[in-house]
Design a protein around this ligand. Structure first.
Ligand code: ATP
Ligand code: LTN
Length: 348
């Protein structure tokens, strides 16, 4: 994973420097986790828990910005806890928790709302995008989402935030908010850096390679829960191009569909783009598309099977997220108390 090169100006100013560097990230349980979530950030998290002090959470409060069916949301949060573990996040080595179980997120979120400007929120791509897709529900939470995300991050004083390319702007605004706050009150927050994978940072939709793979277009999206036959069907139908040579060549601008499949195949097998071009030289798309499908089936099979096993053990899952909330709360409450004191709230 290639680390973003951002200058971290205030990191050394904080007096809460941990022994190990810290990482934090979250994913919204707004649908089933998909191949973009996995090949972008999630796949790299298990490597990180060996080296960093890691916090991973289900961003359930963020999910409320779009109307949800309550029972389905509850089910997806539990599935996501199981999937995090099935992807290799050992709860003994990192902290896994549910955002709404740690009230400090909403509490700091409110304070940061008051240090985030209307103009900067108006420029957020995700807001503009989601507002155009949900015209009947452009709520205040959708607008202030980045301030809550900044609170999620800053509560834990992390050094790095591992996310996909589409979240770069949100990490940038988080840095701006932290610097603004530190500029007024002194070094309260560590200013974190985005940590973005080179391969897999932006997986595109299989049936619309101009848009990122997303839960909102299920035929173009492979989920971690998909059965092998569904995965194969989606890859066989993947949009490529009408290039008469039908050659497997990495050229994102000219051949977005094929380049996306090469990217997925590279991420799933560890092969380089050149090796993949050689492997399929002269073969056309008829051989290539099912080969990518098979590689993804094998990549996801152990995750799906382990998720099913874990979901049958509700008491274990409960023990994981309860312990996680306790540990996360301890840390988060320390930062929140400091913030409340700095802004002038009376201690209880
Ligand atoms: P939606 O489908 O509604 O856009 P999402 O799939 O982006 O949602 P998020 O919770 O917003 O889900 O994203 C979780 C993480 O996965 C983020 O770090 C995000 O950057 C990353 N991610 C999402 N889609 C992709 C993608 N297509 N390629 C790579 N990374 C992605
Ligand atoms: N906005 C993120 C999810 C998210 C997040 C976070 C990611 C909410 N809070 C804090 C990293 C750190 C998204 O992926 N859509």
């Amino acid at each position: 994973m290639e680390q973003e090169k951002n200058m971290n100006t205030s990191a050394e100013n904080t007096n809460q420097k941990p022994a190990r560097k810290r990482m934090l990230s979250g994913i919204q349980p707004s649908g089933d986790l998909h191949l973009g979530n996995y090949l972008g950030p999630l796949r790299h998290w298990p490597e990180m828990i060996e080296e960093y002090d890691c916090y991973f959470f289900m961003a359930d409060l963020h999910t409320l910005t779009v109307r949800q069916e309550p029972a389905a949301l509850r089910r997806r949060v539990l599935t996501q806890v199981a999937q995090y573990i099935a992807c290799g996040l050992d709860p003994e080595k990192c902290t896994i928790f549910i955002q709404s179980h740690v009230p400090a997120h909403a509490q700091l979120g409110w304070v940061l709302d008051c240090y985030t400007m209307f103009g900067e929120l108006s420029r957020m791509t995700q807001f503009k995008d989601k507002a155009s897709k949900h015209k009947d529900n452009i709520n205040a939470g959708l607008f202030t989402y980045p301030a809550l995300m900044a609170a999620d991050i800053l509560l834990y004083q992390p050094d790095y935030v591992p996310v996909g390319e589409d979240q770069r702007q949100h990490v940038e605004i988080c840095r701006d908010i932290a610097e603004r706050f530190n500029g007024i009150y002194g070094p309260v927050f560590r200013v974190p850096e985005a940590y973005i994978a080179k391969v897999g940072a932006r997986i595109m939709s299989l049936n619309d390679p101009g848009s990122k793979m997303s839960k909102s277009n299920l035929e173009g999206c492979v989920t971690l829960a998909d059965k092998p036959e569904d995965i194969m069907r989606k890859f066989k139908r993947a949009i490529t191009d009408s290039d008469t040579e039908r050659c497997v060549r990495y050229a994102p601008a000219e051949k977005p569909g094929v380049s996306n499949l090469i990217q997925i195949y590279a991420a799933a097998t560890g092969k380089s783009y050149e090796d993949i071009e050689k492997e399929f030289e002269g073969m056309g798309y008829g051989k290539f598309k099912p080969a990518v499908g098979e590689a993804v089936v094998e990549l996801l099979r152990p995750i799906r099977e382990e998720t099913e096993r874990l979901l049958a053990d509700k008491s274990y899952l409960e023990s994981v997220y309860r312990a996680g909330a306790e540990k996360a709360s301890y840390f988060a409450n320390k930062t929140l108390a400091k913030v409340y004191k700095k802004v002038g709230l009376v201690a209880r």
